[in-house]
Design a protein around this ligand. Sequence first.
Ligand SMILES: Cc1ncc(COP(=O)(O)O)c(C=O)c1O
Length: 469
Amino acid sequence: MIQEQKRYKEPLKSPENDLLALVSQYCSWGDTVHYAEKLNIFSAAEGSYLYDRNGVEYLDLQMWYSAVNFGYKNQRLNDALKKQLDTLPQLACQYLHEEKILLAAKLARGIEKTFKTKGRIHFNVGGSAAIEDSLKIVRNHTNKNLVFAFMGGYHGRTLGASAITSSYRYREKFGHFSDRAVFIPYPYCFRCPYDKSREDCGLYCLKQFERLFETEYYSVVNHKTGNCECGAFYIEAVQGTGGYIIPPREYFSGLKEILNRYNILLVDDEIQMAFFRTGKFWAIEHFNVVPDIIVFGKALTNGLNPISGMWAKEKLISPSVFPPGSTHSTFSSNSLGTAVGLETMRLIEESDFVKQVPGKGKYFVARLRQLQKKYPQIGDVDGLGLAIRVEICQKDGFTPNKQLTDAIAAIGLSGNLSAGGKKRGLVLDVGGYYKNVFTLAPSFYITEEEMDLAVDLFEEALQKGLSVA
Ligand SMILES: Cc1ncc(COP(=O)(O)O)c(C=O)c1O
């Protein structure tokens, strides 16, 4: 925690209301800022905390949707950025620089070691842009436009990425610019789409997917040629925006077996879950399958100059099939981003996140489950590493309760909580099919004391929420 005097040496220049008046007139409301009724303006960040303009401290349990895994203002990563600013701050991405080459090699070698598969890395800037690049690879290799994707999946909001993201809400006003995915139910066991129970379902959802291939009349396969109309299946190993849903461990290996029969590529969208969020470098490592393409972004640069990218198997991305100019964006592989990305990789190599993240996750989930015993409105608590879900329900512990969820989130952001003996706020992110799930993605450096504080703040917000919602 930083000392307040140090952070607020400078008097604040613009009154908050003046700034908000400018927002209402001059900022597009088309982003996600206005999901909230009361808008917050933050002015400082450090470790697990954001600070508003009055110096109120907000414990952040979402860390920019898992883009800041290594804590705000991480000294080591910030220093890497500053060093690059003084050496090679800009470079057109048609020219090479050392950090880009070393970062690509580290990522590709890591994947080669983990999955025993050779491939190459292609960088871009944001997650959605990397998804677009992966769609090009899929189309180029398979000559097919269509893909499978999961209900509840989120792959971004560019046009191609929206077309394979399940929510019609993101497409409704913009028509079809790309081929919409064929959406398949995700193994969301707490709310099984087939009303089964995990104990005795025998992975019924997987069997239902397999049935699609039984006859041509189910629309996806031509048995005479052995071809499926979809070239790939886009997955999130742990569904992010869908509500940090953790599938059964055997699910993806079963899915991959089916895909292999029809030469359907498995594209693993790791944009939110990679870089140890789930306790492993890639979330898919929990599931014993080798993807054909991996897409990443967010935490690679800890939220500093963004870099996203994809890894693809050599046969999909070798220069003979994906030649120069196949895809490009001005700021892809920007040197500030690659320098931070490279330092992130070194930091990961020197840390013990493989132990620390699951250890902290276990502690946090246990504390939240204690709370669950007191409040039937906490319908489900689950976690993989430090990707943790808290599903808010009615008193029956099952019916989704969006109203209470929204109330808790707004109370957290009001900065008027008092747990821990001073005025504080709590930053929570809401996801889930019914927008009733807190998707918790705390900093990997969160301490037990901070997790205890988080639980106290959450309980205070919940109690206040129950009195209004
Ligand atoms: C799994 C997943 N894919 C893709 C995206 C889109 O990435 P971006 O917002 O950087 O375009 C996100 C963003 O939240 C994501 O979580």
